[in-house]
Design a protein around this ligand. Structure first.
Ligand code: BG6
Length: 509
């Protein structure tokens, strides 16, 4: 993987190769909030090629001038770095717009001359990166029409790649069908299934942390680790995304992709190299080792919740069922906790407890690796009668960092033990780099590095594990929703899930 090598070189990574980024869904949220600000950050970081252009396709009937005007206004709200007019103008002058309905051939015909002109004017050499930032049901049709317009064929050294946003399918069958259909048109190595969690620095750092430090790998297994917890907590509700979320729910929205990727990176075996397929082989191997759940397992090891009205940061907020475009008796889950078992030599009998929810008291994504207790409780007679277990906490966001907690003697004449931490904070060492989380993914796709993108078998394996849960939940609609007030850590059953094993969720302050 390029990034790992970059980190150790002094000169930093080179600009990406010449290309045009073609965004389907250019008037949508993702483009203005993430993609354009990410391109600006890449430009400022010296990572955009000089030979570059963006062509946006959207259903809104406007021309390039109007699109540039809109984007130039919106960027001030969404940029993560101060805008420098000269740099912004450089980028804005390379942005074009083609209107049309993507399910018909007309916009693809209109796109051809715009691509040719941009190639000529900006020297982009016929390399096209298509980004499907549309609603998922259009993914397949767009790829078909790109193929029919002869825009997916790679010849004479020119490449054609397609970034597919999440969600990739909504269950095993739909993911399989989508894979099958787009692979009729594209080679697997032209397909970049994106999961923006893999673009986060701390997520990538998991691999570096595990595999470039000799001290952790020997203890990274069932002999020393008691269990692992993964929490992805958000304080926000569903905001304006009710229509999408009603169909998705927390399991499809967060677990099938982001959380399973975090499990895979935490638990996979060391790959033979950082080549895309070597890393992806190991990730898929791990995902395949996740124990399938029987209906009884699902009933006892999965907890779902939906937020009701409550308080976030002292402000009252409404319940999920009163959010815009949400049904008043919705049974969509906004919280899920799961106990996951991994059937392999490294992880047998080491549970992975995961939980994710909207309207939690804190915004925090973290992985906690809890080590086993010291084998003999020497300090039984002191004021602290139980030694704390060592915890390694990998904070993905916010406050990115890693801390290792251990027991230390509290100064004084009696023998008292407190928990202290060795703490590494990203920003202290590396400063604050403006980021939307999409920079790395765009850069890697331009460079043709698939390591951080999901392969078809990884996606299907995740759905194979989760689809039985979706099916059972559908058959047994929840009776107690809403079952947690906004601003709490989910329904009480989530605590019970871990506490009945004699363990506790880490308290996130
Ligand atoms: C998205 C989900 O993939 O991830 C959202 O669709 C969620 O519901 C978001 O809010 C969280 O991403 P991040 O980067 O803010 O943790």
């Amino acid at each position: 993987m390029a990034l790992v090598t970059h980190a150790s070189t002094e000169s930093g990574p080179p600009p990406a190769v010449p290309c045009i980024l073609v965004v389907f869904g250019a008037t949508g949220d993702l483009t203005k909030r993430k993609l354009i600000p990410a391109l600006y950050n890449l430009l400022k970081g010296g990572l955009l090629p000089k030979e570059f252009a963006v062509i946006g396709l959207g259903t809104t009937d406007i021309d390039t001038d109007e699109f540039r005007r809109r984007i130039s206004t919106e960027i001030s709200a969404f940029a993560t770095a101060p805008l420098e007019p000269e740099a912004w103008n450089w980028l804005a002058e390379r942005i074009y717009y083609v209107p049309g309905d993507f399910t018909t051939s007309a916009p693809y015909e209109r796109l051809q001359p715009v691509l040719a002109e941009a190639d000529r004017k900006h020297g982009t050499q016929g390399n096209y990166l298509f980004y499907l930032a549309t609603i998922p049901k259009l993914f397949c049709k767009i790829v078909e029409l790109l193929g029919a317009a002869n825009l997916t064929q790679q010849e004479n050294g020119r490449w054609r790649r397609v970034i597919v946003e999440k969600p990739f399918g909504s269950d095993l069958n739909s993911a399989r069908a989508l894979n099958r259909d787009i692979r009729k048109i594209l080679d697997e190595n032209q397909i970049y299934r994106i999961d923006h969690y893999l673009g986060k620095e701390t997520v990538q750092n998991l691999l570096v942390f595990r595999f470039s430090n000799g001290i952790f790998e020997p203890i990274w297994n069932r002999r020393y680790i008691d269990h692992v917890q993964i929490t992805v907590a958000e304080t926000v509700g569903v905001e304006e995304r009710g229509r999408y979320y009603e169909e998705a729910g927390a399991l499809r929205d967060m677990v099938a992709n982001h959380i399973f990727q975090l499990i895979a990176l935490t638990a996979m075996e060391p790959p033979g190299s950082f080549d895309a397929d070597a890393v992806r082989d190991e990730k898929v191997k791990l995902l395949r080792a996740i124990q399938p759940m029987t209906p009884e397992d699902i009933l006892s090891r999965s907890i779902r919740g939906q937020y009701g009205a409550g308080l976030i940061d002292g402000q009252s907020v409404r319940g999920y069922r009163l959010e815009p475009k949400v049904s008043e008796n919705s049974s969509t889950e906004t919280f899920i906790a799961l106990k996951v078992a991994i059937d392999n030599w490294r992880w047998a009998e080491v549970p992975f407890y995961i939980r994710t929810g909207k309207r939690m008291p804190r915004h925090a994504t973290e992985i906690t690796v809890q080590f086993k207790r010291a084998p003999f409780q020497l300090f039984r007679r002191t004021e602290v009668d139980r030694l704390h277990s060592n915890q390694l906490v990998i904070r993905i966001q916010p406050d990115e960092g890693i801390s290792l907690e251990f027991g230390a003697k509290i100064p004084g004449s009696s023998l008292r033990i407190g928990t202290v931490a060795m703490d590494f904070e990203y920003t202290k060492y590396f400063g604050n780099k403006p980021s939307t989380g999409y920079e790395t993914m765009l850069y890697e796709a331009m460079q043709g590095d698939l390591t951080l993108f999901n392969r078809f078998d990884g996606v299907e394996t995740s759905w194979a594990m989760l689809t039985p849960i979706l099916d059972l939940w559908k058959a047994l609609p929840p009776r107690s929703f809403p079952n947690y007030p906004a601003g709490t850590w989910g329904p009480p059953e989530s605590q019970a899930l871990i506490e009945r094993d004699g363990r506790h969720w880490r308290i996130i302050k």
